[in-house]
Design a protein around this ligand. Structure first.
Ligand code: E4P
Length: 217
């Protein structure tokens, strides 16, 4: 399973990247706003830091403008994945750019039918949003499972990028279902290491070690 980090904060990406936990990065207009950075500058810095795909999102709503924005974003670095929303204009942009050999991440996916369209348009990644479905009392994880089944039924090669991940359980469940990638905020990825029994066990070991009076170094 690949881990993408869902942020445009360079320091947070670098910290996880040093630990080998970053297979890619996803950004969106809200995350760019949060970073306070210029999209072209910060995306270039992220692409220099991380080897894997870095999603940068178009903001136009008409296909011609989306395609132009996508081509401009793609020029930032070879590891850019152009992110487009799941609209017909976004799908047209996906088809055009993927035919040119460009990685494309189709985002804001909330249904299995939308995911089928993205795969047929040649998407490299489909981003179903788990948390936002949970927010309206639907089950985001059911969507991941349905897309997994349908993609496997037909051998679609589009990778399922489980997005809008809010909890560590979303990560576990995505892994169980077989999502190819999760993208999560740095805080969620860091929480994956936490377990109270690990803390308790370590405390006991260190307490007993102190009583031995020994040193390793
Ligand atoms: C995915 O690519 C999106 O950037 C992200 O996961 C959205 O998450 P949110 O619903 O927590 O904003």
């Amino acid at each position: 399973m690949k881990f993408f980090v869902d942020t445009a904060e360079i320091d947070a990406i670098a910290e996880l990247n040093d630990l080998g936990m970053v297979d890619g990065v996803t950004t969106n207009p809200s995350l760019i706003l949060k970073s306070g950075r210029d999209i072209l500058e910060v995306t270039k810095e992220i692409c220099e830091l991380v080897d894997g795909p870095v999603s940068a999102e178009v903001v136009a709503t008409e296909a011609d403008d989306m395609i132009a924005e996508g081509r401009k974003l793609a020029k930032i670095a070879p590891n850019i994945a152009v992110k487009v929303p799941l609209t017909w204009a976004g799908l047209k942009t996906c088809k055009t750019l993927s035919d040119e050999g460009q990685m494309v991440n189709v985002t804001l996916c909330f249904s299995t039918n939308q995911a089928i369209l993205a795969a047929k348009a040649g998407a490299t990644f489909i981003s179903p949003f788990i948390g936002r479905l949970d927010d309206i009392n639907l089950d985001g994880m059911d969507l991941i499972a349905d897309i997994r089944q349908v993609y496997d039924n037909y051998g679609f090669e589009t990778e399922i990028l489980a997005a809008s991940i809010r909890t560590v359980n979303h990560v576990t469940d995505s892994a169980r279902i077989g999502a190819d990638v999760i993208t999560a905020p740095p805080g969620v990825i860091k929480k994956l290491a936490d377990h109270p029994l690990t803390d308790k066990g370590l405390e006991a070991f260190l307490s007993d070690w102190a009583k031995t009076g020994q040193k390793i170094l």
